[in-house]
Design a protein around this ligand. Structure first.
Ligand code: GMT
Length: 393
């Protein structure tokens, strides 16, 4: 299969899923062209069968706002013409699904070429941005015109169905996945803590893009509650608009000296391996990839019973979920858990087991099947073609 993958290159779940899926499909012998305005985070340029195509954004004095979507559309048209791309897989609807649909229209009407469209909806494209009046109609129109739609959770499928009037049978749930070899419990957790300057202390971690949906202030409030009982450090990984306010709140609550703002990290697993608890109190998380990666490192997750998180974290088994907004509950449950070593150790094992259910291989199989199915009879995914390492599709 010759595939174009359109994604955001930034530090965040949709770009990570798109890039790792592209890499995995390239490893299986598919020809994969990743398209974005910058080379994505976690993209490996040395991987055979995998190419990156940068969208050059036009500048002209008349353009107060640069027309990225148009440049992207033209890039997709060129990729189909020059490389015989058969499927365009957009990650995050806006503006990728619109650009893919426009490219297909041009190709069909001007060249008589039929390209298939797949779109993976990731979260705020449906729950927030896509619902804005100025995006809604076009988002609804273009997602309805995709040949296949996938979402990472049943919860996001329901949101898509309710707000965008897409039939439940037209949306396939394919969860996020994790490389369980890369994200694994530390052989020596104390050594991992030493690297963070937190030897002998509990490490509480939060990783995100620090947007309002993540409720980062609740992370700090919860940490302050826990800190009254447990000697702990709060590791904040990533960056975003709410980080400065979170640090100010830590100052106000008297815990600023225990907070480490680590910024964007290439190797998140190093911090997760040192972590004792991962906090993710989002109000509408479609899945929570970071929570999955934390569990893969044997780190229980504490968050809110909201969005798709209960589909990732088994409440009471691999983590603990509180009612939305109850940051006192988050801090108290975390402190109780860390004070009960046998229960905590059992939860660490359960977290790892839960993550193994989302191991990359079988989930890439599902994407591969869905994409290959688009190419029609005789183009199904399956065992490698003898000797070539290539799949039939
Ligand atoms: O929706 C966003 O905030 C952006 C997006 C991203 O690019 O990080 O995150 C979403 O996609 C991830 C991958 O599918 C999911 O694991 C995240 O839960 C989801 N974020 C939200 O729904 C808030």
């Amino acid at each position: 299969m010759r595939l174009a993958v359109v994604c955001y290159p930034t530090y965040g779940g949709s770009g990570v899923v798109a890039t790792e899926l592209a890499t995995a499909l390239a490893r299986r012998g598919h020809e994969v062209h990743v398209v974005s305005y910058e080379q994505p985070f976690r993209f490996d340029p040395s991987q055979p069968n995998l190419w990156f195509h940068q969208v050059e954004v036009s500048d002209y004095p008349l353009f107060r706002y640069r027309p990225y979507t148009l440049n992207l559309t033209n890039k997709l048209i060129a990729l189909v013409e020059d490389h015989g791309v058969e499927v365009i897989h957009s990650h995050y609807a806006i503006p990728h699904a619109q650009a893919a649909w426009m490219a297909r229209e041009v190709l069909q009407q001007q060249r008589g070429i039929d390209v298939k469209l797949a779109c993976t909806l990731h979260g705020t494209d449906i729950t927030l941005v896509g619902r804005e009046h100025s995006f809604f109609e076009l988002t609804r129109f273009t997602i309805q015109r995709q040949d296949v739609l996938t979402v990472p959770s049943r919860w996001l499928r329901e949101e898509t169905e309710t707000f965008f009037h897409v039939g439940r049978d037209d949306v396939e749930v394919i969860p996020n996945f994790v490389d369980v070899e890369r994200f694994r419990p530390a052989v020596d957790q104390e050594a991992a803590k030493r690297d963070l300057g937190a030897q002998g202390r509990a490490v509480i971690t939060h990783a995100s893009n620090f947007r309002p949906v993540k409720r980062v202030l609740d992370v700090v409030q919860a940490f302050a509650v826990l800190r009254e009982r447990i000697d702990a450090v709060l590791a904040l990984v990533g960056d975003g608009p709410d980080l400065p306010q979170a640090l100010r709140l830590a100052q106000t609550l008297g815990v600023r000296d225990d907070v480490r703002a680590l910024g964007r990290l290439e190797r998140l697993e190093r911090v997760l391996m040192a972590s004792d608890v991962f906090l993710l109190p989002s109000v509408a998380e479609s899945f929570g990839l970071a929570a999955l990666e934390a569990q893969a490192c044997g780190c229980p997750v504490i968050g809110y019973h909201a969005g798709g998180l209960p589909e990732v974290v088994r409440d009471g088994e691999s983590g603990l979920l509180c009612p939305v907004g109850e940051d006192l509950c988050l801090g108290t449950l975390a402190a109780d858990l860390l004070s009960d070593r046998p229960r905590y150790q059992a939860m660490r094992l359960a977290a790892r087991r839960r993550a193994e259910e989302f191991a990359i291989g079988p989930i890439v199989d599902r994407y591969e099947r869905v994409l290959c199915r688009l190419l029609g009879a005789g183009r199904t995914a399956g065992a490698a073609v003898a000797g070539s390492g290539r799949v039939p599709c």
